[in-house]
Design a protein around this ligand. Sequence first.
Ligand code: FE2
Length: 375
Amino acid sequence: MLGAHLGDVIDAINDRREARRFTGADAGGFQYRRHGVIIAAMETTAPDFTAAQQRMLDRIEEAPTEAATFQLLQLAASYWKSGQTAEFAECFRRAYRRGRCRKISSLLTSRDDMEELARITQALIDHGCRYSDVISEHAIAEALLGRVDAVRSLVDYGRFFRQGRCIPPSGSSLEGFNRAVADEIKPKLAFYDEEDASAIRKSWRNDTALQAKTPALAALKALLAREVETYLANLPDDPDHPFIASRPREYDLDGWANASPADGYLLPHIHSRTWATGVYYVTQPEVSRDTHGQRGWLRVGSPPELDGKEPSETGWETRLIEPVAGSFILMPAYFTHATEPMGVEQERISIAFEVQPAEFRDQRPRRSKKRPSQD
Ligand SMILES: [Fe+2]
């Protein structure tokens, strides 16, 4: 009986007309709602859970990506509500692997329940879902709860934020190398000026900079790859920390170039489905040399959810990074960062790069078009 009903439920979700037929109806003892179909079914069928569960997951994962992601999150929410945290985490993991999920806080009964958000994200971390979005939301919840020590442990600049300078390939001056990099970037710049899910605003971008086979960009990728290896090798010995515990055994290094005009900027963002992210500065605008004005600098710090709160209340510190040509930064992908418009037409070119766990390799769309959620 259970299987037949669950099959009906899944079919209903996959077919909007059928879903309407179920809306508000009592079908075989189950109360269905348009967006609560799976939840209702799961809560009333708990005794047979395991057999039905696998059947349901199989059916869900046959659905188109967006629908399946939504359904998996609904299923995850039902498991969380019924106290089955392992199943909750597994459903979340499957949804996250398909694509960036909506904010985890959307699973909450009350958006303001930060204790619940902290419990949910901690459960995900404990069950191996140590993804950048999860750690980010966990840190936000802890910050809003005033647990400064927990925030300082996650957003720990001393242990996880690296800043350095690349040594150009032998035979090149730094200036000559960066000029060659800029020359290879410029022919493929596309302008991003629409408000969408990405963080970039009114700026130029070369989406495939670190996939290029041209000499300077290929050399830069090799330099950055060495820095990533050094970063990995020098991580503190703290296997319980979610960032360290999620260090990928296998990963891809990818990146793109940003060229910001006077009014270009990046909204505050993190890098989803990425372990660590960094920036290499190719050209420094003159205006950014003023260390008081700090125009064109990168702000790494608290996310918008903490606006109006002091670091002493939340534990979330801020760093401002001067875009010195030839320098780079490397940090966890859950560190929020942003830029503001420089206000002057001066060349500011940087390369954003990511350490992408192999876990997401098959699901990651190539960046021939705009990326949906990255800068
Ligand atoms: Fe970024």
